[in-house]
Ligand binder design. Structure first.
Ligand code: NBP
Length: 482
């Protein structure tokens, strides 16, 4: 009997996905560049299963049922291209290559188009949930050649995470690189969620002087509210974890954050598309700032250590902080969905935002109860342009407003950096202000560069230039927006 699917790449994600597919009754053929890893896998975790090995790409291709489905779980970038180049001459028209790595979506756009010319279908799929997700149910976000989806759908939906209503956290996202785009935004939102939690932690620790056990209890309680999520849950575990000397391990970890690029890509795409994705971008910058450790140590000596003490009723502050975190999180998701909406319009992807929320509901790092409410919001209005306008989320934003302002103002007053929570509030203030000071900005642009402006008392699209000093000429610059 031939194999149902081939998987190339036997690192943590590949191995666990293969075992997951095997659990669901699929016969998987496993290949890896370094052949010894095939043997190690077959004699180790795959022992006693139906999984078979292939020591060359030709052997892999020969062992698969037509149309062949070959999934790459390898390092993103040139490694994916090199496998595609080697596979194509061995494949038949109608065969399917799937890239399940963290690929930047323009690469997927390019590969879908190039392989289409050769009659090969290509799927670029986000896979989230890390090792455990891959093994027992990840969130899977596939996009690319729609013709390929019916062949891959049963396998992907079987191995994916399921919601409490047993819905698979995997559905077709859209053409071209849509799946990888949505996965990128997922990772950007993950950056935002993590940063928001760390800001709450610093406010509690430095501002309220709370112990780790107290903070752990707060996160345990918060996990029983609208904030219920995987990241809040693991934060409570982390805060309670003691090193061998009985002290909290988290305080022994160097405060320099790493990043692999997906948050940065999200920010870059937001800038390219002109979407004010402030919270996620601040979260990326917060990681950049954290990495300037030596400079920060010197600067603290230079400016003096801040006494960031927050006076007042601790319980009142903790509840204010919870509300500020929840409201900021709504803004982060609202911005992320604004970005996906713009990308969908620009690329003709026709994204289903309710389905995206459903795919993130289980299996992935940002899984949370909150995503069910996002799905409901898009069920009510599939064209919702701002998540905060949905009645459920609008209610939370309005109810949290006073506490959120209190936390933001106090953090500024005592010098606790909270870039994500404060920028989220600033965004909402801007978004809900009908008249912003951009009129003055347009005047400045016209003053120094004859960039022209539109008038509130004339139709949009009519441009004016003023000779502000009486010295300049009447020639204006060309009107365009980048
Ligand atoms: P890695 O990203 O560490 O990739 C390891 C695989 O890539 C191995 O099979 C390795 O073969 C192969 N490889 C490399 Br590295 N360089 C190669 C080359 N020049 N030629 C051929 N093969 C090469 O594995 P992973 O952590 O399992 O992740 C797989 C994909 O899934 C990545 O795109 C990753 O970003 C994504 N992802 C990872 C996670 C996670 O939690 N780790 C979560 C979600 C998505 P070798 O054994 O011969 O060196």
């Amino acid at each position: 009997m031939k194999g149902d699917i081939g998987v190339i790449g036997l690192a943590v994600m590949g191995q666990n996905l293969i075992l997951n597919m095997n659990d669901h009754g699929y016969k998987v053929v496993a290949h890896n560049r370094t052949a010894e890893k095939v043997d190690e896998f077959l004699q180790g975790p795959a022992k006693g299963t139906n999984i078979v090995g292939a020591y060359s790409l030709q052997e892999l291709v020969d062992k698969l049922e037509s149309p062949r489905k070959i999934m790459l779980m390898v390092r993103a970038g040139y490694v994916v291209d090199s496998f595609i180049d080697k596979l194509v001459p061995l494949l038949d028209k109608g065969d399917i290559i799937i890239d399940g790595g963290n690929t930047n979506f323009p690469d997927t756009n390019r590969r879908v188009a190039a392989l289409k010319e050769k009659g090969i279908h290509f799927i670029g799929s986000g896979v989230s949930g890390g090792e455990e997700g891959a093994r027992f149910g990840p969130s899977i976000m596939p996009g690319g050649s729609p013709e390929a989806w019916p062949f891959v759908k049963p396998i992907f939906q079987a191995i994916s995470a399921k919601t409490e209503n047993n819905e698979p956290c995997c559905d077709w996202v859209g053409n071209d690189g849509a799946g990888h785009f949505v996965k990128m935004v997922h990772n950007g939102i993950e950056y935002g969620d993590m940063q928001l939690i760390t800001e709450a932690y610093q406010f509690m620790k430095d501002g309220l002087g709370m112990t780790h056990d107290e903070m752990q209890s707060v996160f345990i309680e918060w996990n029983k509210t609208e904030l219920n999520s995987y990241l809040v849950e693991i934060t409570s575990d982390i805060l309670g974890y003691k090193d061998t000397d009985g002290e909290p391990l988290v305080e022994k970890i160097l405060d320099t954050a790493g990043q692999k690029g997906t948050g940065k890509w999200t920010g870059i795409n937001a800038l390219d598309m002109g979407i004010p994705l402030t919270l996620i971008t601040e979260s990326v910058f917060a990681r950049c700032l954290s990495s300037l450790k030596d400079q920060r140590v010197e600067a603290e000596e230079l400016f003096g250590k801040k006494k960031s003490i927050v006076e007042g009723d601790k319980q009142v502050w903790i509840e204010a902080l919870r509300q500020a975190l929840l409201a900021s999180k709504i803004i982060s998701y609202a911005q992320g969905f604004m970005l996906m909406r713009e990308a969908s319009n620009e690329n003709g992807w026709d994204l289903n935002y309710g389905n995206v929320a459903l795919m993130w509901r289980g299996g992935c790092i940002i899984r949370s109860a909150f995503l069910s409410n996002i799905r409901d919001a898009y069920d009510i209005d599939p064209e919702l342009s701002f998540l905060g306008s949905d009645s459920y989320f609008k209610g939370i934003l309005e109810n949290s407003m006073s506490a959120w302002r209190k936390v933001a103002a106090k953090s500024m007053e005592v010098g606790i950096p909270m870039p994500s929570m404060t920028s989220a509030l600033t965004f909402l203030d801007g978004y809900t202000t009908a008249r912003l000071p951009a009129n003055l900005l347009q005047a400045q642009r016209d003053y120094f560069g004859a960039h022209t402006y539109e008038r509130v008392d004339k139709p949009k699209g009519e441009f004016f230039h003023t000779n502000w000093t009486g010295k300049g000429g009447d020639v204006s610059s060309t009107t365009y927006n980048s």
